[in-house]
Design a protein around this ligand. Structure first.
Ligand code: DX5
Ligand code: ZN
Length: 230
């Protein structure tokens, strides 16, 4: 099954020293950086946009083993609108919400045409079945196929919320059906919730508060990664 990836959410970092925070957390063993983009429409909060990603890109080295990948979680009402900005800014993975895209398949294709990998995210109340037509696409045309699925484990909009275990059957269903798929979970993940997420089949783990708020982030990252690997 796919390799464990730890993607700390920089939403929980000190934005006043963002580049230093990103470097520190990669130094502590993080793989990707999860960048939460909120537009005040799809979710009731605003964070950052492409200009910040543009400034961060030259600060963060990407390595062949996948360190420093910018995992852009697009909590925006019109995901099609920002694809080229994020591609230019240095985004690697553009993960948009199924609920927001006017045509999710076409959106995946647009993301791929921009040169980025494409992820598709679902909120806690969105059934996993909506993704099957996309993931079972028999056309063989990879440009319409997502590189990752994100199963949200909190209502998107804010860090520091409680993990919703009720979302785990969706992860399990996806893992059973798609053994090689990268499946990301996001929201309330940490040492006390990683067990059930890993067991359900998630391999890409977002953690904000649990990592940036930790006394020893390195230890937490190792623990999360070790649990997914076992
Ligand atoms: C929520 C964001 C998450 C969040 C995770 O809308 O998508 O990425 O920052 O933060 P924690 O780990 O604190 O729940
Ligand atoms: Zn996120």
């Amino acid at each position: 099954s796919p390799k464990p990836i730890i993607a700390p959410s920089i939403l929980a970092s000190d934005f006043g020293k963002l580049a230093a925070e990103c470097k520190r957390i990669i130094g502590d063993g993080a793989d990707w950086l999860h960048i939460d983009i909120m537009d005040g429409h799809f979710v009731p909060n605003i964070t950052i946009g492409a200009p910040v990603v543009t400034c961060l890109r030259p600060e963060i080295k990407k390595t062949d083993d996948g360190k420093g990948i910018f995992d852009c979680h697009m909590m925006v009402a019109k995901p099609e609108q920002w694809i080229s900005d994020f591609a230019k800014a240095g985004g690697d993975l553009y993960c948009f919400h199924y609920e927001a895209a006017s045509n999710p398949r076409d959106c995946i294709k647009l993301v791929h045409d921009s040169g980025m990998k494409a992820g598709i995210a679902i909120k806690p109340d969105t059934p996993v079945d909506v993704l099957y037509p996309i993931l079972d696409d028999a056309s063989g045309d990879k440009s319409y196929y997502p590189d990752m699925v994100l199963v949200m484990t909190v209502e998107p909009g804010f860090g520091g919320q409680k993990f919703q275990e009720r979302c785990m059957p969706k992860v399990k269903a996806l893992r059973d059906k798609y053994p090689e798929l990268d499946i990301e979970v996001d929201g309330g993940l940490g040492p006390s919730t990683i067990g059930v997420a890993a067991e359900s089949g998630a391999n890409v783990i977002v953690a904000g508060t649990a990592v940036f708020g930790a006394k020893d982030p390195k230890e937490v990252i190792e623990m999360l990664k070790g649990t997914v690997a076992s």
